[in-house]
Design a protein around this ligand. Structure first.
Ligand code: UT7
Length: 332
């Protein structure tokens, strides 16, 4: 609890994914791969892909509405909406469009980008506004349509990603359920995972050039990201646990960014957290970037796995590179 006596509760979750599922067998018609390779190396069996007509604001709004309903509040109660995404419908931002679609005119809405760590960074950002007493009801959405930017000829990365959206409602509360966090970033390995802007020179008047390029498909050094995740994620969770005055033995659920089952297993092993406490749904969705944590959280809550008062150690990691962890208890 802070000096103002304002704590934070996570009171609702929601998610939404596109209808179209593409399994590993179908992907083996796109690149030289196999169901056996993808399942043994990643644990992924299928992913949801957004069709050409679909947009981020639609699935993000649906996830948001589900979270708001679970929290038992009205959209008009929201003070702040944060959309964590790397794939907005509009580079100027998509959050205000979602605000409009869900009918939350009083809220202020903005996008933030921290790739696959976006949801964790968003949680901590939202918490600052609540703890200072500025806002009481915050909607945090993690949503991405990475299929827009996947290189569908690169078998080393295209098999990993899927599309989706997840959301939570965070509210000012007497009891503080956000127990600890740690955020990190390091640009030295920036080139290991990128969705880079590629400049095209255009001369607009004599001697004056501007860049009129576009973004390029995702490039990734999988091995480097794998090593980084397995080393850095346990460290950051341990730091957040220390701040929460807890040990890994007191964690009920380990909720990691759903990138690869082998990463989930390795992190759990390093933290000595049993496999039965690891939340995993990547077999069905692949890596949905900023959406993966709230999507897995929402499924586990709706399945009755995660119960009120359970302690969750959550961590995201990805491009930037960025990584971070939060320790929180579900419910008021
Ligand atoms: O949000 C963060 C996003 N990124 C990640 O989480 C990525 C983290 N990294 C990983 O998950 C793993 O590194 C991968 C799943 C991407 C790759 O697994 P790996 O065990 O590191 O495989 P590798 O890259 O060392 O490749 C092993 C072999 C290579 O063949 P050779 O050189 O041994 O003949 C690859 O060419 O597997 C080959 N390969 C494939 N084969 C069939 C790579 N991708 C595929 C594929 N199907 N899809």
């Amino acid at each position: 609890m802070n000096q103002l006596g304002i704590g934070i509760a996570i009171t609702g979750s929601g998610s939404a994914t596109p209808d179209v599922a593409v399994d590993n067998y179908q992907l083996s018609q796109v690149v030289e791969t196999s169901d056996e390779w993808i399942t043994t190396r990643t644990g992924i069996r299928q992913r949801r892909l957004m069709d050409a007509q679909g947009c981020l604001s639609a699935i993000a709004s649906q996830a948001a509405q589900n979270a708001i309903a679970m929290a038992g509040i009205k959209p008009t109660d929201l003070d702040l909406i944060i959309l964590a995404t790397s794939t907005p419908d509009d580079l100027f931002g998509t959050a205000s469009n979602i605000q409009h679609q869900i009918g939350a005119p009083q809220a202020v809405a903005f996008d933030m980008t921290a790739a696959c760590s976006g949801f964790i960074f968003g949680m901590v950002t939202a918490a600052q506004f609540i703890r200072t007493g500025v806002y009481s009801n915050v909607l945090l959405i993690g949503a991405d349509i990475l299929s827009r930017w996947v290189d569908w000829s690169d078998r080393g990365s295209c098999v990993l990603f899927g599309d989706g959206a997840g959301a939570i409602v965070m509210q000012a509360n007497e009891c503080d359920r956000l127990l600890g966090f740690e955020l990190r970033s390091d640009g030295t390995l920036n080139k290991s995972l990128q969705l880079p802007y590629n400049a095209q020179v255009k001369e607009i008047v004599n001697g004056v050039t501007v860049s009129q390029g576009t973004y390029q498909p995702i490039t990734m050094n999988g091995k480097e990201i794998y090593r980084f995740a397995v080393q850095k994620v346990p460290e950051v969770i341990e730091k957040a646990l220390f701040r929460a005055n807890l040990t890994s033995g007191e964690v009920d659920w380990l909720l990691l960014h759903q990138a690869n089952q082998r990463i989930l297993d390795a992190v759990a092993q390093r933290l000595k957290i049993g496999a039965d406490k690891v939340i995993s749904n990547l077999a069905n969705y692949g890596n949905t970037s900023a959406a993966s944590i709230p999507l897995a959280l929402d499924e586990a809550v709706r399945q009755g796995k995660i119960q009120a008062g359970d302690t969750i150690a959550s961590a995201g990691f990805g491009a930037g590179l960025t990584w971070g962890a939060t320790i929180f208890q579900w419910g008021r």
